[in-house]
Design a protein around this ligand. Structure first.
Ligand code: GLA
Length: 386
């Protein structure tokens, strides 16, 4: 990407555009009623497919999303002094995402987190998925939704500015049954909240568990550790795992363990406790059983605050679980968007979801989707400062 493209996009976005569409050689800026969506070329895949980066803004929040993987490439929010920073980990160029991204910002499907041995049985049929994480299948297999190109369309309604991402996943893709028609809306609300709505239908019985894998650092990506961030999760139980990170099936109490985030606690406070589950996860990499359960509307489940910048993120979801991952596998081998190397604990994920390995766990809420049903899931991230 050339400097002039960047400059053009930034200038257009910053100008608080009037109701004109600004066509450029490389992209188009749409602007109506104070909302904005700017499209620019981000890169080209080896097979010649062009990848766009869409940038939208509302309130003071600015979000950039790639058509590749539906990736949240940048999310800018203000600190307590009004200074904007990109709080999502990622890369500055497409090649880095393709070369090997630990799911930075990505849309995850068809199934968020692990399925044991990549196997499950549904209505008497046995299915084998690609195994891409030790003995297990992780995040939809080796070419999941995070590595597919989505169609993207901007929208504006009732003060909301957003992007609709669509993709049809063919029957049998990555071993999963059924043609899955997926729609994901990324919306910035007038107050700058970031909302994600997922919808999917199928033509055969299948399993679905969609999520987004943004790594946050509320101090700004590349500014170091998140261990001082204070986290609160409204969960009295979590799902302990075996050494390959597959849930044992137990819903264990968090009380008296490092997993008790019912009151705000620094992420790093108990991360060096020699608790078997912390050792298995090399930190936190666990699904929390949300006290509210599955809800038809998003309900509050977690708050994270960075004392340094004052940025606070509150999360509400319809989902029954959240995977809290403390960036354990960031080991200093990747340079992020602003050129700084990411080290262990430099970002955290709160992936709202159904529980890992549900297709093999009769005691967990079901992830089965049948023809005629519509899968729906919503998560809202609200930002403020203190
Ligand atoms: C999820 C998993 C982790 C890890 C990350 C990506 O959070 O639970 O174990 O795979 O994704 O590295």
């Amino acid at each position: 990407m050339t400097t002039s493209r960047r400059t053009l996009m930034t200038a257009a976005a910053a100008a608080g555009l009037a109701a004109t569409a600004v066509a450029t050689g490389t992209g188009t800026a749409y602007a109506k009623d104070g909302g904005r969506a700017v499209k620019e070329h981000f890169g080209t895949l080896a097979d010649g497919t062009k990848v766009d980066r869409w940038t939208i803004r509302n309130g003071r929040t600015r979000l950039s999303v790639l058509s590749y993987g539906g990736i949240v490439q940048s999310l800018e929010i203000p600190d307590r002094h009004g200074h904007l920073a990109n709080v999502s980990l990622g890369f500055a160029d497409l090649d880095s995402y393709v070369a090997g991204s630990p799911y930075f910002g990505a849309l995850i499907g068809r199934y968020g987190n692990r399925i044991a041995n990549g196997r499950f049985t549904l209505d008497g049929h046995a299915y084998q998925l690609p195994v891409n994480d030790g003995p297990n299948s992780l995040h939809g297999g080796d070419k999941g939704f995070d590595k597919r190109v989505w169609s993207v369309e901007p929208f504006e309604r009732a003060g909301n500015v957003g992007l609709t991402l669509r993709r049809v996943s063919p029957d049998g893709e990555m071993g999963y049954p059924g043609k899955l028609t997926v729609r994901v809306d990324y919306t910035l609300t007038p107050t700058g909240d970031f909302r994600i709505d997922y919808e999917a239908t199928t033509d055969k019985a299948t399993v679905v568990n969609l999520t987004n894998h943004t790594y946050y650092n509320l101090g700004g990506e590349g500014t170091g550790s998140v261990y001082d961030h204070r986290l609160e999760i409204a969960a009295s139980r979590y799902t302990p795992v075996n050494k390959t990170l597959i849930p044992t099936g137990e819903l264990a109490k968090v009380a008296g363990t490092p997993f008790d985030f019912r009151r705000p606690k620094a992420i790093g406070r108990d991360i060096r406790e020699a608790h078997q589950q912390v050792l298995y996860g090399q930190g936190f990499d666990h699904n929390f059983v949300l006290d509210k359960g599955i809800t038809s509307r998003p309900e509050h489940i977690a708050t994270v605050g960075d004392p340094e910048s004052g940025r606070v993120m509150r999360i509400a979801t319809t989902e029954p679980g959240v995977q809290f991952y403390s960036g354990n596998f960031l080991v200093g081998t990747l340079a992020g968007t602003s050129g700084k190397v990411y080290r262990q604990g430099d970002g955290f994920c709160l992936e709202t979801q159904h529980f890992p390995d549900s297709p093999n766990q009769p005691g967990f809420p079901s992830t089965v989707l049948r023809p005629g049903q519509t899968y729906r899931s919503t998560t809202v991230h609200s930002f403020s400062t203190r």
